[in-house]
Design a protein around this ligand. Structure first.
Ligand code: SF4
Length: 358
């Protein structure tokens, strides 16, 4: 507690007399940790925290959900997923609605659970919804390698993994995105390494700090950002040194590179970002359901006032969306940012961001 007070005082002292500063916490885990620990309420008035695109469920495109729903409705398939994908709306439906109509969907806590499920259901084709960032992609790659080694032929991936650094580069090229520093996700940095973010300082002169997820760790990283702005060297401060190495986790990176290659991918509400995702290499095409048994679906264009695209870029706060807390609430979400526990809108709703009352 004493350290927390010292850090809050340090942040206040460094922020004093400066223009209003906007720091973006890139990942949803930070967003929730910041709300839960009350950090927003104790920061100086001229330090504003905005959320970024780091909730994997939120940035998964609606046509991906449409494909997952379509596979789940076919008799010979079982769709396997983490629970937070169930309520995410596609352009037509959601997995939870498909389950109500008899679709075969199973929830797991690790993609490795699919190996056992595939063996128990030899007449079914299992599709794992491989959604996530660099944090979860290595386990998904390890699952593919294990399936290959064990001769499992009925397990497939529907891939939508995304990469954080290209998204940040993309945001910095968007004139509507106004940030003075990035609070970088510690768990992503554990895998890819602190050096993967060096371009932020070298190319963009953007203050950045890698932070853990406890209150003191977040405050330490915020203080680092202010020190850089207060005349220090612009850099990528590694404030999560206990677990983040400069080069990252070499074993995890090796597995990733073995199974996946980098690809241009769509981010929901943002659009296509160059080199910001992963697709399976040709050697593993037998595990890629989109190559083994593709589905072509006509996209249903829906008119919606949902402003997730702007929320995920930190252009607006959730309360600026006209649907927030009214038509859109966690139990009847209109957009993906209200579905996931790490979604920005869901966090604002739950914790009353900017004194929102419901
Ligand atoms: S409050 Fe709902 S509708 Fe509005 S941006 Fe968030 S998820 Fe979309």
């Amino acid at each position: 507690m004493a350290d927390t007070v010292k850090l809050v005082k340090k942040i206040s002292r460094l922020a004093e007399g400066k223009k209003k500063l906007r720091f973006m916490e890139v990942c949803g885990t930070h967003t929730v940790a910041i709300f839960r620990s009350g950090i927003r309420q104790i920061l100086s008035e001229n330090v504003e925290l905005v959320s970024g695109p780091g909730c994997p469920v939120c940035v998964t495109n609606d046509d991906y959900i449409d494909k997952a729903v379509e596979y789940s409705s076919r008799k010979d398939f079982i769709v396997v997923t983490f629970g937070d994908m169930l309520k995410v709306p596609g352009s037509r439906s959601s997995l939870s609605a498909a389950i109500a109509e008899g679709a075969n969907v199973r929830i797991v806590y690790s993609p490795l659970d699919c190996l056992k499920l595939a063996k128990e259901n030899p007449r079914k084709k299992l599709i794992f919804l491989a959604v996530g960032f660099e944090t979860t992609a290595p386990t998904q790659a390890a699952t593919v390698l294990a399936a290959k080694a064990q001769g499992i032929k009925n397990l497939f991936m529907l891939s939508a993994q995304k990469l954080v650094p290209p998204a940040l580069k993309f945001l910095l090229g968007d004139a509507k995105v106004k940030v003075d520093g990035f609070l970088l996700p510690g768990h992503v940095a554990v895998v890819i390494g602190a050096n993967a973010f060096n371009f932020l300082a070298e190319e963009f002169q953007m203050p950045s700090a890698i932070g853990g997820f406890e209150a003191e760790e977040i405050l330490t990283a915020l203080a680092s950002l202010l020190e850089q702005i207060d005349g220090g060297k612009i850099s990528v401060a590694n404030d999560y040194r206990s677990v983040v190495k400069a080069e990252g986790n070499l074993s995890a990176k090796k597995i990733l590179a073995q199974v996946y290659e980098v690809a241009d991918v769509e981010w929901r509400g943002i659009g296509k970002i160059p080199a910001s995702g992963l697709k399976m290499r040709d050697e593993f095409a037998d595990f890629d359901i989109e190559r083994v048994e593709p589905v072509e679906l006509e996209r249903v264009e829906k008119k919606s006032a949902c402003r997730c695209g702007e929320v995920l870029r930190g252009v607006i706060n959730p309360t600026e969306c006209p649907l927030f807390g009214k038509a859109c609430q966690p139990f009847h979400a209109i957009g993906p940012c209200m579905v996931s526990v790490e979604g920005v809108c869901a966090a604002w709703f739950k914790y009353g961001g900017n004194n929102f009352k419901w």
